[in-house]
Design a protein. Sequence first.
Lengths: 283, 789
Amino acid sequence: MGIVANPIGFDDEKALRTPNRVLQRNTGSTRNSPKVQSDVMDSSLLDMESDAVFRVRGVTKIYPMGEVSVHALRGVDLDLYAGEFVVILGASGSGKSTLLNILGGLDVPTAGSVYFRDHDLTRADEDERTYYRRDHVGFVFQFYNLIAGLTAYENVALVADIAKAPLPPIEALRLVGLEERKDHYPSQLSGGEQQRIAIARAIGKRPDVLLCDEPTGALDVKTGVIVLDAIANVNRQLGTLTVVITHNASIAQMADRVISMKDGRISAIERNSNQIPASQLVW
Amino acid sequence: MQYLDRMLWYDLKRLWRQEIAIAILVACGTAIFIMATSSTLSVETSQKKYYADYRFADLFAGLTRAPMSLKDRIEEIPGVLQAQCRIEHPALIDMPSMVEPVSCRLVSVDRDAETALNGICLRSGRLPEPEQDKEVIANELFAAAHGLRPGDSIDVTMDGRKDTLRIVGIGMSPEYVYAVQPGLLLSDNRRFGILWMPRKAMEGAFNMEGAFNSVAIRMESFASEKQILFELDRLLKPFGSWGAYTRSDQSSHRRLSDEMHQMRAMAYVPPTIFLAVSSFLVNLVLTRLVHQQKDQIAALRAFGFTKWELAIHYSKLMLVPVLIGCLIGAIVGIRTSWWMVDIYAIFFRFPAMAYRVAYSEGVFAVSLSLLAAVLGGANAIRTVIKLQPAEAMRPDTPQVYGKLLIDRLGLGWSLSTMTRMILRRLTGAPGTTILSVLGIAMGVAVLVLGSFMRDTIEFVLEVQFGRSQRQDVMLTFNDTLSADACHDVLHLPGVHRVEPFRSVAAKVRNGTAEHRLSLMGLEPEPYLYRVLDADHRPVSFPSNGGVTITKKLAEILRVRRGEFIDIEILDGKGITVRAVVSHVFMNYTDPACYMNRGDLHRLLKEGEQLSGAFVSVAPGAMDELYQAVKEVPKIAGVLDIRAAEKNFRELVTEHTKIMRLMNSIFGALIAIGVIYNAALIALAESGRDLATLRVIGFSHREVSFILLGELAALTLLAIPVGLPIGILFSYFATLALDTETHRFPLVIHRSTFAYAATIILIASSTSAWVVSRMLRRMELVSVLKVKVS
């Protein structure tokens, strides 16, 4: 599936930024060598830090589980940039979901700092984090989490109630190719369709960042590919920083950058110069 | 079974909130039932023992005067075991501590006063010496109200002569368990007392040597009451008897029976409501649980548990809170029944109060609660029994929601998505929504039921004392007085308006239906003592205008306006007349019959003979009037209508306040039980949706709106449903409280509706607040990790 420059024709500031996204990414890639260990941060990169949407420094997360404590994250440093398509790869228990929850403002680290632009998420209280999620973050979950009592359209329209400058729900549905299914309830949709509705809901508020937690985890290959394609499409067309976490290494081939995690640490960050579209993925 | 028992324990712990709600409702129902039945049993046991130990008579008759020689002839009537011929007379006591004269009833006693019929139970002191003419026994409550002790003296005006009598004993009699001044609804122990005096002294004081004017009779067991009454009436008629009557017409006994009748009504109505609501909660909780655990039930069936083992397991889950509720209810019920009995003991006097527990009714209450639980749980249990393991493991057919009415009307644009979520939940399971609304409505209804008495009593007081009886004092004369003689009385100080009346004992009859009462002759256009028609307009009594009767009397006699009744004057002259019923009016006390005073004089073939007068007194002149009345020998009774009103208010207001408080608590508990359960279920069923909304950026307050909006909708729907149910309950209550001596109209002010609605809103908000806190504490992330089944 090719890039459609401006299929919807919306004309606000974010849409106009779309072409620049490529530029940003390019400048990013010239500054970052393909294999920069994220824990190495020299001062020459400081000016670039200002472009980062997320700046994660020394983040650890410890869950007390009775007498023992589980170290979910053991010192993570990471920068994420606007418009990037990032895949975080790792086995179960590697800490990728914890990292995603911290980025999404659902959880706070035990130590370290997380900046969203110039906001310190680690210092935000419950309400501030709610407003952070509301204004900036779109979530896609493994189990879709659609509201059973609302139609596809209503599920998407839900975020329009709270967003500052929402996409018209029908446009969001069109982006995921499901505008004809708008009057169906989740129970009348297939798993893949439900996940695409969930994506439409996530992007309905035009988030700055789209966080996807195992979006294809509950789907077969064929439908998984359609869902990934929808995510990639959103990333391309809206220029939304997209973070997908998965244990499925094949998906990494779609990404601009691939971050590998192991035992609560980032084991590698790779720049993928040879992206392939979702339709060519095999797993 | 060990595994199932562990599962039972786990589920009981998990569902503790719902279990408590059910247990509380069952406890309330059981407690009220056991309280009402046990206190009734206690009072009735005390009453029965008292009546038996002190030989309370079976039949009574009052007459003008008959020679003592008639006693033998009375005892010769077949079926009569024993007759007691007495002298009874009203008198006035001048208590130094009170400005107004105190009314009392003097009753003659013989040497065998303790062992005779209507025996006197001495509380302190001794019986009067038969030859002593200045010794009396005072009834206990009257003595207590004035701090009188044996040895104290009181000034009594008897038949116009003032005398100082010495109290030698304090006692009580089964005839005066409830001592109330004739013409009044409630007892006032400061203004009315009973004095027992030796026969000889009374013969002297009232010019009744060798005569009697009252007879009490004890029947042989299995004797025909009707036959004896007939013979007795025939025998006593020439002596001015105003008709023999049974215990059921005896004032004290009737009041006690009415009270027990009302208590019994209370034993059934509120507990039924509580059990119905608890049954609904059982239904709600168990149905949901079985639905949730369908997989588990299927797995257990697959492992080899029989369907009956599983059915018993789920039944136990509901029987545990019901049994706990019954236990708490029984303890609270028994304890409060003692308290009720103590309250009864303030008004109804028995030598000893027996504290009884109504065991058989208790067992009945427990069985009924269990039955309610079984009925409530039946549907869920049937699901367990019918469940096919293979089928149960398949996921549910997803629910497809219909279009909202508002969308069909094309008004869908006006709804926010969150409002839509609320509406879909409410319309998605209409059965549950309807039952929840009905449950909360029951709470509203109980509140209305518990509060309407205040409005009703206020209305009755307003009609009775404000618009109908506008006199300050009612004076009754010792004997009838001629218009001239009563002239003096009417020129007492402070009196500025006087309305004389004539009253005479009569029997009114229509076919076989009859009633004894005091027929009253009033002025053609009464100003002070008025009878009001349905529109609260005063009824006039023109000459030859027929009779005006109360609605209750019309019911008893089965007559309507325009029909005729027979009136037999019970003064021994055998006058009988047929009169047309020209008006039927509503009153709230004893049945009554009125006519033109002149007509009554003509009927009695007499001149202007007056029985008493209604008097209005200049403000501030009351004390002066009382002082004067004490010196007037012709006055036998003084009824201070304002004091009666005040006494009534004090007694009843206190009582209705307690009832209102209790009912408010009960109503709130019902509402909280239902709303809290609905909230917990909503939280469990849509917790995942709510967490999702929180994650995608909805604030706690916005998410709470969905949960609380549902509860608010249920509550707001329930209020208009509950108010009419409350009116209906209150109407039934007025029917249950409708006795011959008093009845209550259905009057409910808007403020009562507002009160009920307010309490329900408070109860609803409290439950919502608790659940909203639970929502706040909900772990957001973990909810998202669970796959929906």
